[in-house]
Structures are given as C-alpha cells and as structure tokens.
Design a protein around this ligand. Structure first.
Ligand code: HEC
Length: 274
C-alpha cells in the first residue's frame, strides 16, 4: 500500500525531531542527530538535485513476515552527523507521543551510488554506510538486522535533496530464544529535511485485530498491557511473528479456530505492538 504525504520543508524553522529514549539502539547517535536537525541552508548537492520536486514522501512496505504497525507520519532530518529518515506513528513532528516504526540512518558524507547494491547486517558485499532499525513503536527493540540488501535510485546528502530506493532486510527477533528471522521489504522516497502526515491516514492494524483477539484468543492468552489475564496460555506480547505458524488463512488451525489472512496479519501487528 502506498503512503503519501505532503511536503513541508523544515529548513530553518527550529523544529527538532523528537528525542526517543532508546536504550539499545545508539542513544548517542539519536541525541546528536536531534541536536543538529533542520539543515544548514546549503544548496542541494545530490546527483539528482535538479530533478522536478517530489510530490510526496512515501514509505511503502511491500512485504512483512514479522508484522510491523503502519506509519502515519514521515520525517527526515539532516545534520553534520548524517541523515535520519523516520516512518512513525505521530500527528506532528513535535508530538510528545511520537513513536518510530522504522528508521533509515545514512552516515555523514556517505558516498552512496545508485549503481551499487549495499549489504545489510552480516551479509557479504559492499556494506551499507548507514543503518536500518525497526522499533515498531517501542522505545527500543530486540529486532536486529542480520542480512539483506538496500539500494538507491536517487541520492543527495543535503537538505532539499531527494532520496529514493528500496530494501529487503532480514530481521532476527532476539526476544525469542530461538532467534527466528523474518524478511521485511520496503520502498522509500523522501526529500531530506521534510516531514508530514501520511495521507490518506492508514488504519491501525493493531486496532483492527482487537475484536478477533477478544473473541478468539483472550479466553486463554494474555497480551502485555492490553490484556493482563491469561488462562493457561502464554503471553502473546512480541510474539506476532509466531502467529502464521499457528494459522493458515481460512482453515481451522491452533485450538480449532479459523481466521482470515487479514486477521492473521492484523493479529501479528497487535501482538508485536504490545
Ligand atoms: C483454548 C485456549 C487457547 C485459545 C482460544 C488460543 N490459544 Fe494460543 N495457545 C494456547 C496454549 C495452551 C498455548 C501453548 C502451547 C502451544 O504452543 O500450543 C498457545 C500458544 C500460542 C502461541 C505460541 C506462543 C509461544 O509462546 O510460543 C501463539 C502464537 C498463539 N497461541 C496464538 C493464538 C492466537 C492468535 C489465538 C486466537 C486467534 C489463540 N492462540 C487462541 C491456548 C489457546
């Protein structure tokens, strides 16, 4: 599904990306990126800087085995510490409840080529001069990128430059002792230093799954802060990745319950957001 958002330029307006308390994922980098936000009024230097302006920022998840919530807000900041692009759940850049779903960080002065395919995590090949993070709305997560690729169709390192491309990331879930891996693929297209709501606003998958969870699963399971009472079954918080192992769409599965493909995806997100 395509996520679109109008562009605003935050050059020089003093706005700062929200500071997210991140225990495990590079707090120093976040702090530094937040301090330098807003861009420096330099002219675009990107290899495609003369292109017609982009009509909208987008972040399009094309496949997701794990179950990430949908972003409602996209923002990108640039500083002398690099570029940070965030897909988040928020109503504005300064929303006190700003929750990052996914982040793409580009190292300062990274020389990105549109001819190359960069490797993520431990994969062999040309290493990506940056990082990809999945927080899924949590302050920190144990989702670790262990492989995959990212490539760019446009790139520029200054405020106002347009960056687009796609990735296919292999994510290891370290919440689970078995450390299962999932593939998440997405495309991105954004103007450095811009931000805005995703329009039309996507519906929350976690919200959509609440009725099916309540009627089909809650009698046995608990689910983090969403449902604190269990009757003999494990807590499903952060266990969304395991739901497809229990159910095939439209067929009686775990405990004889039948759920649709859409319900399976939504249940994954509901579990992973708690
Ligand atoms: C009648 C009770 C009952 C119902 C209803 C039920 N479960 Fe379970 N579920 C269990 C029990 C018991 C286990 C642990 C044993 C097992 O893995 O089967 C479990 C395990 C699981 C696991 C594996 C969790 C882990 O820690 O490995 C998942 C995922 C799961 N259930 C999802 C669901 C979902 C989603 C629903 C609703 C669509 C549901 N269950 C409905 C009893 C139930």
């Amino acid at each position: 599904m395509n996520s679109t958002t109008p562009i605003k330029n935050n050059k020089g307006n003093g706005s700062r990306p929200p500071l997210i308390a991140t225990a495990a994922l590079g707090l120093a980098l976040l702090l530094l990126a937040a301090c330098g936000g807003g861009g420096g009024g330099t002219n675009p230097t990107g290899i495609n800087a003369s292109n017609a302006p982009v009509a909208s920022n987008s972040y399009t998840v094309t496949s997701d085995q794990y179950g990430l919530e949908k972003a409602t807000y996209l923002s990108s900041s640039v500083s002398n510490l690099g570029i940070v692009f965030r897909a988040a759940i928020a109503t504005s850049l300064n929303d006190p409840d700003y929750k990052t779903i996914a982040r793409i960080d580009l190292a300062p002065g990274a020389s990105i080529s549109t001819q190359a395919t960069y490797s993520l995590g431990n994969a062999s090949g040309t290493p990506f001069p940056g990082s990809l993070y999945f927080l899924n709305g949590h302050p920190s997560s144990l989702l670790r990128i262990v492989g995959g690729t990212i490539s760019f169709t446009r790139y520029g390192g200054s405020s106002g430059d347009r960056i687009s491309g796609s990735y296919s990331a292999i994510v290891e879930d370290d919440n689970d002792p078995a450390k299962p891996t999932y593939t998440v693929s997405a495309g991105f297209d954004f103007v450095v230093g811009s931000y805005g709501a995703v329009l039309p606003a996507p519906g929350s998958l976690a919200l959509a799954a609440q009725p099916v969870y309540q009627t089909q699963c809650a009698s046995c399971h608990s689910l983090g802060s969403f449902d604190t009472t269990a009757a003999g079954a494990p807590d499903l918080a952060l266990k969304g990745g395991e739901v497809p192992a229990k159910y095939s769409a439209g067929q009686p599965g775990h405990q004889g319950i039948t759920v649709s493909a859409a319900e399976i995806s939504a249940l994954q997100v509901l579990c992973n957001t708690h």
